[in-house]
Design a protein around this ligand. Structure first.
Ligand code: TRP
Length: 346
């Protein structure tokens, strides 16, 4: 069995354990604030966070602002991206009175864990990380020191709050494995301070962009959560379908048609083949109408809440202030334990 299938199987067991004892789990997840959140984020991770929160699992969400500068020039409009992400979290149902939403740059003690952690990995291990290699190639730039070592920084994200459960996509599995190795080595060398966190693979299918490629801001193929109903209709209208009137689900031969079917299926809780049969000979126009209505109906409440929250910028600011305060308190307590374990108490 390969490690992905092993993780898959383990994730099924974990889902059962979480439902039985949510209080035993602390989830740490997050993303890089590089742009507006889109449907891929929603169906891939945000809805899963809300589900776990409702089960009663403690939730930490990091807006990994120092990770923005791993693979690009400059940090971009980071404050706007952070504020927008918080708006989407709140609109989606993440409850800031229970969840801790915070940023890297506001939590010095988290960042300080990077130093002992770096001593526990070898350069060869860092160079072997397949996700880092892919990101290096995609960046078209020389490998920066931060890109090479960010999986170690990500270990600090997870371990500072003793997160023991990390909902992840496949691409993040190497980082989680690195985190487990760091926790194990630290505990063996000094004292047992850290849990070895487990990966929770989410059941959600891959959400394609409107051209069939990965949904990404940089490809211009993403339906953003914050788009209006009209903007959604416009971007769906621009999707390249084909002249074949009969709608079928065939991601290789008909990427645009199939991406719209998947998008609609996720919003309607249906599946692509059923929807394709329903549209029948309705052609691209019929498909686009169905997909537009599906997205706009599914996100109507989210968008209305978002607009309401955005009208008062103090809400987002105070959520972050409180999240950063809590994260600092926890990070300092963990760093104190690390100091005791390492004997660096003076
Ligand atoms: N690397 C993750 C991504 O690109 C974001 C992230 C940062 C993260 N720190 C994390 C995810 C800790 C899980 C746990 O999406």
């Amino acid at each position: 069995m390969d490690s992905f299938s092993a993780t898959r199987e383990r994730s099924d067991e974990l889902h059962a354990a979480i439902t039985a004892h949510p209080e035993k789990f602390r989830v740490l997840t997050g993303e890089r604030p590089t742009g507006a959140l889109h449907l891929g984020h929603y169906f891939g991770t945000i809805s899963e966070r809300v589900r776990l929160q409702r089960l009663g699992v403690g939730l930490f969400v990091i807006l990994a602002d120092y990770q923005v500068i791993t693979d690009r020039d400059g940090i971009g409009p980071v404050r706007e991206n952070v504020y927008n992400a918080v708006l989407d979290y709140l609109a989606a149902g993440i409850d800031p009175s229970r969840a801790t939403i915070f940023t890297h740059s506001a939590v010095p003690a988290l960042n300080q864990l990077m130093l002992p952690f770096l001593s526990l990995v070898t350069e060869a291990e860092l160079h072997r990380n397949p996700t880092v290699k892919t990101e290096e190639a995609a960046s078209g730039r020389a490998l920066s020191g931060l890109l090479l070592t960010y999986p170690v920084h990500q270990a600090a994200d997870i371990l500072f709050c003793k997160g023991n459960l990390v909902p992840v996509g496949k691409d993040q599995l190497p980082h989680l494995e690195q985190t487990r190795v760091i926790a194990r080595r630290f505990n063996e060398l000094y004292a047992p301070v850290f849990p070895e966190p487990q990966a929770l693979l989410t059941a959600t299918p891959h959400v394609p962009g409107l051209d069939g490629r990965k949904m990404s801001k940089s490809y211009g193929n993403a339906i953003q959560l914050r788009m209006t109903a009209d903007e959604t209709a416009a971007i769906i209208k621009r999707t390249a379908t084909d002249s074949e009137r009969r709608i079928t689900f065939d991601p290789d031969a008909r990427p645009g048609v199939s991406a719209l079917l998947t998008t609609a299926a996720l919003c309607l809780g249906s599946d692509e083949t059923t929807l394709a049969e329903q549209i029948g000979d309705g052609g691209g126009a019929g498909l686009k109408k169905l997909a537009t209505d599906a997205v706009n109906e599914f996100f109507a409440r989210h968008r209305a809440r978002r607009t309401e929250l955005a009208a008062n910028p103090d809400i987002v600011k105070s959520v972050l202030r409180e999240g950063n305060r809590r994260a600092n308190e926890i990070a300092e307590a963990t760093l104190d334990e690390v100091r005791v374990a390492m004997g660096t108490v003076y």
